[in-house]
Design a protein around this ligand. Structure first.
Ligand code: ADP
Ligand code: TRP
Length: 334
């Protein structure tokens, strides 16, 4: 088993990033046997599709690395690196640009969502983003790729590109990767609006729990979180049509490792005045150790850079044979 996943290094990490992505990686790493390997990387080459100043981009990469280590990614056991330090990704992307078809990319829903009406004004980078993602995966012959539901289409594209390359050049070079999508894919919603995703770009800081929030801030945000006047229902079914209540119960259940039904059973008939302090405590207990490691790690840029450099060297060594074979299959002398 070769597990690989990437995350765009975006600033201002929040509970949604942790429960929706990072925590799943830690779980996969911890479940690996001795013959398997995990590759986790910061997709900074993908992040050029969002305009960012130089200093901010550097900060974002180091912060995301600190967050991953703080959350439990062990850079000795897993290969942790940033994409820009491993040129094999960009090189293979260029080779695969000869294989990927415009028609395939035209069908990508994430591209359509991101460009909206201004297709002509979108960058080429945004259009070929899924080809770089395919290169990320194929260059390591990854077998399992943990991602959110929204990335399923990109994984299918990676399989299509792999199949066409193998066929066109008569090789059995690329492995077809399988997406690993968590069954109850945690989608954490805003504390101000239960129908909107918790996001770093929400102008209201009260809408999200940041990884940097202290215990008091967490308790305050939970206390002020939007709810409805009804008490908690007997079962999770009773949460239908109550997005805010559903979100808070969902977060509690995820953190406690219990089902939403079990949480409802415990608090049935009680109001949010009783539920919120319990949720706040659980959040504080979960996030406190991660926050303190995160705050400590991000004060030492040299140590973070050393982790990423070491990871990049291991990643480059793992990518090299496949990259070389791809050049060779195409008759490109290197
Ligand atoms: P944001 O929405 O804050 O801009 P990103 O799009 O940068 O977050 O997401 C980074 C990672 O965190 C992705 O893997 C994404 O699936 C996950 N993620 C972000 N927000 C949430 C959320 N509210 N619930 C679950 N996962 C999330
Ligand atoms: N596109 C992914 C996202 O937005 C991030 C990503 C880049 C990725 N390359 C990858 C995920 C390779 C898995 C494998 O979440």
């Amino acid at each position: 088993m070769r597990v690989l996943s990437g995350i765009q290094p975006t600033g201002n990490l929040h509970l949604g990033n942790y429960l929706g992505a990072i925590r799943n990686w830690v779980r996969m790493q911890d479940e690996m046997d001795a013959d398997s390997q995990c590759f986790f990387f910061l997709a900074d080459m993908h992040s050029i599709t969002v305009h960012e100043g130089r200093e901010q981009r550097i900060r974002n990469v180091r912060d995301m690395a600190a967050a991953l280590v703080a959350a439990g990614i062990d850079p000795d056991r897993s290969v942790l690196f940033n994409q820009a330090r491993v040129p094999a990704h960009a090189e293979l992307c260029w080779l695969l640009n000869g294989t990927a078809r415009i028609g395939w990319l035209n069908r990508m829903t994430q591209f359509k969502d991101k460009v909206g009406k201004d297709r002509e004004g979108a960058s080429i980078g945004l259009f070929v983003y899924p080809v770089l993602q395919a290169a990320d995966i194929l260059v390591y012959n990854a077998t399992h790729v943990p991602v959110g539901e929204d990335q399923k289409q990109h994984l299918e594209l990676a399989r299509d590109i792999a199949t066409k390359f193998n066929t066109d050049f008569g090789v059995e070079l690329f492995t077809l990767p399988d997406p690993i999508i968590p069954r109850e894919s945690a989608r954490i919603m805003s504390f101000r609006d239960g129908t909107a995703k918790m996001s770093k770009s929400d102008p209201s800081d009260m809408s999200r729990i940041n990884l940097t929030d202290d215990d008091d801030a967490i308790m305050q945000k939970v206390k002020k979180a939007k709810t409805d006047p009804e008490p908690l229902p007997e079962t999770a079914e009773g949460l239908a049509g109550r997005p805010e209540a559903n979100n808070l119960v969902g977060i509690y259940a995820t953190l406690a490792g219990r089902t939403a039904d079990a949480v409802c059973a415990e608090f049935a008939g009680k109001g949010f005045g009783a539920f919120k302090p319990a949720l706040g405590e659980l959040l504080v207990e979960t996030l406190r150790p991660i926050r303190s490691r995160f705050m400590e790690l991000r004060t030492d840029d040299a140590a973070l850079d050393a982790i990423l450099e070491k990871g990049a060297a291991r990643a480059s060594a793992a990518a090299e044979p496949t990259l070389r074979a791809a050049y060779d299959a195409m008759g490109l002398m290197r």
